[in-house]
Design a protein around this ligand. Structure first.
Ligand code: BTN
Length: 326
């Protein structure tokens, strides 16, 4: 889209850029460049113009658009990144797109979701203008059972992206929730589908939801004690586009590292774990509590019950006891 290309030039060049140079570089008429600038201004971009010098981008709104992502990721990567305003669920949209085009690494991002899905059939609160809702398609060659740790790897990738852009160190609550200040600010929902005939993986869709700039008091009653946002924890508003690009880059690195790079992801997962060393309540209806001792080599949670017996949890949900974590 012309608008995105013009934005990309204004973002990468510091200072004024002449209209002539923009039209030459993009192969557009001057009138088309003027129209693109007008459209960008309408979207909240403050663009100064001078008859002698051309255009200069003064400030940009926090928008999740393909134009914003294009500047950082480049046209080649953007070929398989689809950006939407509002969708039902990015996991669902990606699954539909993948039916015709199952390109590994394909991404869907939205500014808002009306039916965002969470784990265990729950919904994921996805208001517009403040979060990142992103899904990524993976088509690993590894067998289904040994692909399960991809979710834990994603938690590490996501924590790295947040640390790079926001300068904070998120903790990982087993299996894949990201925490700051004792509350959850990001979650991951992985959906795997298997070919009926061969038993091989057809696709894995990794869905990531991040509360980025949500105001502290904006969460609904049922979430307000357990959910937070990066803004609520740090007092800083972040560029969602920049963070989304960092997440995509980390997911690209994850795909490259899979499955041989396990040691590095496991080491970092263990270091970031906020679950080990605590008492946990098993949310399997049994009401049992246990001590979370360590993370196993397969990212399982190694627990010890009060009677001394041990177990390795490979899936399921736990709640951390005796503090604000849930
Ligand atoms: C959880 O915390 O239970 C997982 C939440 C996952 C939410 C993300 S938002 C993008 C993707 N699309 C969805 O419908 N869900 C995931």
């Amino acid at each position: 889209m012309t608008r995105d290309l013009v934005l990309s030039i204004l973002k990468t060049r510091k200072g004024y850029v002449s209209g002539e140079l923009i039209s030459k570089e993009l192969g557009l008429t001057r009138a088309a460049v003027n129209l693109a600038v007008k459209a960008l201004r309408k979207d909240g971009y403050v663009i100064l113009s001078s008859t002698k010098l051309g255009y200069m981008l003064k400030s940009a709104p926090d928008r999740l658009t393909s134009g914003e992502l294009l500047t950082v990721l480049g046209p080649e990567r953007m070929r398989t990144v689809s950006v939407f305003d509002t969708v039902h669920s990015t996991n669902r949209v990606l699954s539909e797109l993948a039916y015709d085009d199952p390109t590994d690494g394909q991404i869907v991002i939205a500014d808002a979701q009306t039916g965002g899905r969470g784990r265990f059939g729950r919904s994921f609160y996805s208001p517009d203008g403040c979060g990142i809702y992103l899904s990524c398609l993976l088509r690993p060659e590894t067998p289904p059972a040994s692909s399960i740790p991809v979710t834990a790897w994603t938690a590490v990738a996501l924590a790295r992206a947040v640390e790079t852009v926001c300068g904070v160190q998120p903790g990982i609550k087993w299996v894949n929730d990201l925490f700051l200040g004792g509350k959850k600010f990001a979650g991951i929902l992985t959906e795997m589908s298997i070919e009926g005939e061969s038993g091989r993986i057809r696709q894995i869709i990794i869905g990531i939801g991040i509360n980025v700039n949500n105001p502290p008091d904006s969460f609904p009653d049922e979430l307000k004690d357990t959910a937070t946002s990066l803004f609520a924890e740090t007092g800083t508003a972040y560029s969602r586009a920049e963070l989304a690009c960092a997440v995509i880059r980390e997911l690209d690195l994850l795909r490259l590292a899979w499955p041989d790079g396990q040691d590095e992801y496991l080491r970092e997962y263990r270091a970031r774990s906020i679950t080990t060393g605590r008492t946990v309540l098993l949310l399997d209806g049994s009401g049992r509590t246990a001590s979370a001792e360590s993370i196993g080599d397969d990212f399982s949670l190694c627990i010890r019950y009060p009677d001394g017996s041990t177990d390795h949890l490979t899936s399921g949900e736990i709640s951390i006891r005796a503090d604000r974590y849930t």
